[in-house]
Design a binder for this molecule. Structure first.
Ligand code: AMP
Length: 278
């Protein structure tokens, strides 16, 4: 497994790789969700590139960029185990030289949900992902279903900017009790960890209501809200039942939909999502 730190080195390694190349962008502090993306890329491509870069431009000024968990030694050990070929680990100045002034803005789908709660977040995500795609030149890139809006934004960017690659969605990897794996779960203390399962419980309930024929989005949202409000450590930021492709809130669940939510457990903000009817 080759480790590279600069754009120039990455381009040089890229020329030695065999096509098709699969690519997994991450912010590190890897867990089995990330590794599942790499395993899938491993099966579907000749060579696999993984990037580890905690992208400052997708964090708001009050967010956890400095505190974001990091453990490079462990990450590299895990990536070797799942047989990544190249790990790209650029520094902040390498990705954002002081005079860089170009941004990728995806409109509309970025205005709701995470976009509304975290202004500028998706501008940071789209910009870094576009840059990484240009550097790594993959045939396929792998993203987790958990960050559902991120997937919608990236697919839109790829389509609008005629980028020549396939975006592959990998189902969310969960703990034994349903909690979605996330690097941020490390912030939870034992009690909070127990409470955090409420996100999954609410989504699972939405799925079951939908399977039983409930088509009123309001009814589903209300039941989810009630369930979460019964958990004293949880504070709801949003609960959404939206059109799966436009992310517009639905009245009737009469097409493929996405249940998604952001909930604070103590100081930790968690998100999760569940497709309905897809
Ligand atoms: P991050 O390091 O949090 O930016 O995540 C990097 C990639 O891993 C993104 O495509 C995430 O959607 C994906 N990912 C994070 N958690 C999970 C999970 N529990 N299951 C599947 N993919 C995940």
């Amino acid at each position: 497994m080759k480790k590279v730190y600069t754009v120039a080195e990455m381009r040089k390694e890229r020329r030695k790789l065999s096509d098709p190349v699969g690519f997994v962008p991450t912010m590190g502090y890897l867990h089995d969700g990330h590794l599942e993306l790499v395993r899938r890329a491993r099966v579907e491509n000749k060579d696999v590139v993984v990037s580890i870069f905690v992208n400052p431009t997708q964090f708001g000024p009050e967010e956890d960029f400095d505190a974001y968990p990091r453990d490079m030694e462990r990450d590299l050990f895990l990536l070797k185990e799942v047989k990544a070929d190249v790990v790209f680990i650029p520094g902040t100045e390498e990705m954002y030289p002081p005079l860089s002034s170009t941004w990728v803005e995806v409109e509309n789908v970025t205005e709701r949900l995470e976009g509304a709660a975290r202004p500028g977040h998706f501008r940071g995500v789209a910009t870094i992902v576009a840059k990484l795609f240009n550097i790594v030149q993959p045939a396929r890139a792998y993203f987790g279903a958990k960050d559902a809006q991120q997937l919608v934004v990236i697919k839109k960017m790829v389509s609008d900017l005629n980028m020549d690659l396939e975006i592959v969605t990998v189902p969310t990897v969960r703990e034994y009790d349903g909690l979605a794996l996330s690097s941020r779960n490390v912030y939870l203390d034992l009690d909070e960890r127990e409470s955090a399962v409420v996100l999954y419980k609410a989504l699972d309930m939405a799925k079951k209501l939908h399977e039983m024929g409930e088509r009123s989005a309001d009814v589903v949202r209300r039941q989810m809200t009630e369930l979460i409000q019964n958990e004293p450590r949880a504070i709801i930021e949003y609960i959404s039942i939206a059109d799966a492709s436009t992310l517009e809130e639905l009245e009737n669940i009469d097409r493929p939909a996405l249940a998604s939510l952001a909930v604070k457990i103590g100081q930790t903000r968690l998100i999760d999502s569940m497709p309905l009817g897809t």
